[in-house]
Write a protein that binds this ligand. Structure first.
Ligand SMILES: Nc1nc2c(ncn2[C@@H]2O[C@H](COP(=O)(O)OP(=O)(O)OP(=O)(O)O)[C@@H](O)[C@H]2O)c(=O)[nH]1
Ligand SMILES: [Mg+2]
Length: 428
């Protein structure tokens, strides 16, 4: 992959209707480390050759030349044919929305899973484009696709498909490993909670606030920056899901951060990151974090998309309306979210530490029911060892120490059952 950081770009955007907003694509450029030096928008239907009409194409070419831009960033999904034509016409590399997002993801990916997912998404992106180049006879002399009686297009396709298959198999193996980790964590008495929602909603900030251990992780360091410039360049901050311990009420939970949703991405890109969302789908409860500084229309759309993504989630869903410190129209937004999610949102400010106790209470209520069993074990080393095991795996109520230790133990049903079994084997 070519590194586009520190490149300069002309932003180009075509829509059928005005006004044409470029704030978001500019924020994406900034997140990708690309400096925007000019922009050209055009209101007209899609052109079959260039996507843009001839006038805009000429202007873009002119801006590229005059501003000495390295790239043209198009806020749209360009099919391979149009991208190829446009590139030839403007005399600079053309980067569409998906490619830009992939650049940002590639830059942020740190864990093995995140890197594999980015690579998978890139291969899916590149395949049709590489084919378009081959079909236009661009590959002469390229390594691996020599001419001379070969069938380069078919060979290229087979090569990409094999690499895609290998990556998916590797990701499947990671998924299986994750399943075992989740099972082991539940057996250790943890409830699993995931934070989900759009990018920039405040998931990671909330996670840091709720976590027991205040040591910083790799995405940390700017939790209290609230100005918009800072928020903007923190898009897609979390590609590498972090898991931290937290205590809510008397429950010990593991909180996992997930990749933020982002609008208007092609399906293949979203599905490349689907395995990351398994953390959310398989959690005991999901905090759906919504940015209260968005307007009602944005909130409505984002909540709906989030609910679609989480449609097959196992756990209870707790909506959280975050950033109350900077939001207006809170009552309207609260009703809107309640309406869509069938649950009143907890209103918080992660940066101002507001509403977090209410959030803990709601979360405790949303976690799966526990089972309470009465246990009695000999008051021996073995018995005391068992008691501390119980402390580690659930809640111990009113222990009484005599010849025997008698207490109630409350835990996830499977853990309570295991404790009953173990209690019987404790020796005098
Ligand atoms: N004003 C205000 N800003 C907040 C609040 N919570 C988070 N932020 C800011 O919003 C920005 C994004 O927060 P993150 O926690 O990184 O958001 P995220 O949901 O993890 O984003 P991704 O990792 O990209 O999905 C940061 O600049 C935070 O400081 C809040 O309650 N109020
Ligand atoms: Mg995050």
């Amino acid at each position: 992959m070519t590194d586009r950081r520190n490149s300069t770009a002309v932003v180009a955007k075509r829509r059928t209707d005005t006004p044409i907003e470029t704030d978001e694509i500019r924020a994406l450029c900034e997140a990708a480390g690309v400096e925007v030096v000019a922009e050209r928008t055009q209101a007209r239907p899609r052109d079959p050759t260039y996507d843009f009409g001839d006038g805009a194409v000429a202007d873009i070419a002119d801006l590229v030349e005059r501003r000495d831009a390295d790239l043209v960033v198009v806020d749209d999904h360009l099919d391979p044919g149009r991208a190829y034509n446009l590139e030839a016409a403007v005399g600079a590399e053309v980067v569409d929305r998906a490619r830009l997002v992939l650049d940002i993801f590639g830059e942020r990916a740190e864990t093995k899973r995140a890197r594999l997912e980015v690579r998978l998404a890139e291969l899916r992106y590149e395949l049709p484009r590489a084919q378009a180049r081959v079909e236009r006879g661009e590959t002469q002399g390229r390594r691996g696709f020599q001419s001379g009686g070969e069938r380069p297009a078919a060979q290229l396709r087979a090569d990409y498909r094999q690499r895609i298959k290998d990556l998916r198999e590797e990701l499947d193996r990671l998924d299986d490993a994750d399943d075992s980790v989740r099972a082991a964590r539940r057996e250790s008495g943890f409830d699993l909670v995931a934070l989900a929602g759009y990018t920039n909603a405040g998931k990671s900030t909330l996670l840091r606030r709720l976590a027991d251990d205040l040591s910083v992780d790799e995405n940390d360091g700017h939790a209290d920056r609230t100005d918009t410039a800072a928020s903007r360049d923190r898009l897609f901050e979390t590609l590498n899901t972090t898991t931290r311990r937290a205590t809510v009420g008397d429950r010990r939970v593991l909180l996992t951060d997930t990749v933020g949703f982002v609008d208007d991405l092609p399906g293949w890109l979203v599905s490349s990151f689907r395995t990351t969302l398994a953390a959310a789908r398989e959690a005991d409860a999901v905090l759906l974090v919504v940015d209260a500084t968005d307007d009602r229309e944005e909130i409505r759309a984002k909540v709906e998309t989030s609910l679609d993504e989480l449609a097959d989630a196992d756990g209870a869903l707790v909506p959280v309306l975050n950033k109350r410190d900077e939001a207006d129209d809170l009552n309207g937004k609260r009703r809107l979210v309640a309406d869509r999610t069938d649950a009143a949102p907890v209103v918080t400010s992660a940066t101002e530490d507001e509403g977090l106790d209410a959030l803990r209470d709601r979360l405790t209520g949303a976690l799966p029911d526990r089972e309470r069993v009465s246990l009695s074990v000999p008051n021996t080393d073995d018995g005391n060892g068992f008691l501390s095991w119980c402390h580690d795996h659930g809640t111990v109520h009113d222990p009484e120490y005599g010849d025997r230790i008698e207490f109630d133990f409350e835990a996830r049903p499977e853990v309570a059952a295991k404790a009953e079994g173990r209690a019987e084997t404790v020796t005098d």
